[in-house]
Design a protein. Sequence first.
Length: 652
Amino acid sequence: MSKETHEFQAETKQLLDLMIHSIYTNREIFLRELTSNASDAIDKIHFESLTNKDLLEGDDDYEIFLVPDEKSHTLSISDNGIGMTKEELIENIGTIAKSGTKAFLKKMMDAKESNAAVSGKELIGQFGVGFYSAFMVAEKITVVTRKAGQNQAYKWESTGDGSYTIEECDKKRRGTTITLTLLPEFYGDKAEENFTDTNKIESLVKKYSDYVRYPIKMKFVVEETPKDKDGKEIKDAEKIKRDEIRTLNSMQPLWAKNKSEIKPEEYNEFYKNLFHDWEDPMEVLHNKAEGTIEYTSLLFFPAHAPFNLYHTDYQPGLQLYSRHVFIMDNCKDLLPEYLRFVKGLVDSPDFSLNISRELLQQSRELKTIGRNLENSILKTLERMLKNDREKYEKFWAEYGKSLKIGVYGSMYSGNDTINKLKNLLLFATSDESKGLSSLKEYLERMPESQKKIYYATGKDRKAIDSLLQMELLRDKNIEVLYLLDNVDEFAIEALREYEGKQFHSISRGDLGLDDVESQQAKKENEDIAKKNENLIKDIKESLGERVADVKISNRLKSSAVCLVADEQGPSFSMEQAFAEANNPMFKAKRILEINPHHKLFTRLQAVHDLGKDNTEFKNYCELLYTQALLIEGILPDNPAEMANKIAALMAK
């Protein structure tokens, strides 16, 4: 095979340009990324070899080997992992297949344009682009690789100029060797950071990769004074040099240590190394269980939710180990879907190394461990809510949506998730001074006379504050839950009630206020409705199928009209959420409520007395309905026609 030249994918070219020409404050992060990739490659061959020993080719001494060379100005990172085929080289290095690339590039571009000092540690590793970080320190990168079980090796090479070459080559040992030809500022005594210096490389491995589960080795040149036959050093003798291979990382799994021996910064570094994050985790849960089933778990709450947490391409799940040996990644059956944000691992001697993935996911041990982990996480959240409210509210800002989705999902799963999560939910309320409130806290503030928990939906606080339906409840000093996220109302619908108090939307059905004043007003409105039966019937007839009903309102104070949804079926916010999810078949039943004490109602009565078929009455009905739509933020079907009718009425 002759040497082939390929062009990088367009987005990869952009990324390389930013890597090479932008200024970063922490270029050393490239070594962590390349050693992590090497470790991943060894994980893959280890897993594949469980069912096909021949892939090991007699070499099961896994290792990562670093070779800094001062003379050639190079640094090589070698592994005896799975290796790559020609096609995999093109797929894995010639393109960035991982979703989120555009968002990643935009973040880097914005930083470049604002001349911000961006940390490489802050950006690299978030979207599977760790390999490209090497171009921050290298003028040329050479990759020599041979896939396990195959005879042909390939050489990939690029200077980061937008293209790369591939050609056949020889390689005795399976795996991959990446050789960086370093830029002048990264070798020699005058270098900013000398990546050919063994001491520098050793310190970086200790800093970033100490807990990589395979030995990271490097050759050192050691000077020694010769000794006589009795083992004593010979004075004034010229020192001799010899080569010494050292393992740079401890490899002792952090989770195997006693919790009392581990410092917080050790947990943080382990998490960042293993999960390629640039921030310390928000929370660490390290537990060891003994008894019928023995296991150790080390779980983390990332400081921030990943951008694709709720996308189909997000890979949730924990890593599984058996006696410190990696079995599988992203085991989804350990934790319920609503805890998909949790990162971490479980190590248990009760897992079988040669068990298939399908059998493993159905194992009794796995289910028991999963239940225990879920309970441990929930207890941690309960303690956080009780003892560290500020921290819990930060958690809620990042992952509250996951818990609410868990509540809603329990309607269909038939499990007890609602009872597990209901006390962890937080909501804003009409009393802004209270901040976020749990349902328990809301209930404690509720007067005894209040029979229901009232809630309102809207895109933000201002939108709900301006709802006409809020007038009456505000006058009566009734606190209302503010549902500001699309999933909130679905969660409330799933809950139905809390501690015997039913939830009630201020925009659906009768508010059910039982105080004397409300009952008296309701009775008066019922009398008005009876006297105006024909008017109400004719308004409904004029509007046709656009409304399910027309009623005299018990909730309006100063406004003329409003739309409410029927208690059966979706609300307006649910309808909007379904529409945004490309499922517009779910429509709220619209009920037009009219304020009988508004001057407009008197005018409507007078126009109706002229006959239900007169144009002015029909126009008034249309305008009332349009006004109600606009208040809900819904555009009428024909805005131009409505504008003309308004103009015609104004001209009278």
